[in-house]
Ligand binder design. Sequence first.
Ligand SMILES: [Zn+2]
Length: 236
Amino acid sequence: MVQEQESYRRGMVVFAHADDAEWGCSGTVAKWCAEGWEVVYVVCTDGSKGSSDPEMSGDKLARIRELEQRNAGSVLGLRDVVFLGYEDSMLEPTLALRRDVAREIRRYAPDVVICGSPFRRLSHSGYLGHPDHMAAGEAAMSAVFPSARDRLTFPELLEEGLETHHVREVWVTDHETPDKFVDVSGYVDVAIKALEQHVTQVNGKDVGTHWRQSRLQYGEKVGFEYAEAFKRFHLG
Ligand SMILES: [Zn+2]
């Protein structure tokens, strides 16, 4: 299984909002890119609700957040960032969203897809969880299996010239019982620099300290200085 993993060279991260991936897995993404992987982000929403500034409009915010996400992608060395453009805070795990994610999986043919959990976590007393995150997680997993893999599901994708694709592994972020740990010790600075590109969301806060703390906690568990943790599904 380790040998198979060493042959992987393409990753995709599917998430709801610009900045979710930087919070969830930017150390791993920075490492992949440094090792020569082609990594693509798929951002499901337009990010148009993420501001409490009364002077800010949704349209303007969406444009700024797209640019911020592209800047973060440049810092990390992503191959591409795809924006699906669904309205922020209204995301549902519809067949249309599933098809849109499956289209990008077929187009970019990732070996590994990283996504969030499709479930609401109730063990965390300080955070309810964002409904968009669950919708994006559900759509991503259902796009991997069966939609990207099967010829007869969404035949319009074949008509677009997009052949089926079998994703090898799915890694779920922020899981209560992670079993896949990535040593990101050498990628802390670049990962935090990517996070800091989301100026409208960072809002002057010391996000680096917060980012480091979570990775230090996982690192301590597994003997790395800094680690990111995932629930890993090997799809054979
Ligand atoms: Zn989010």
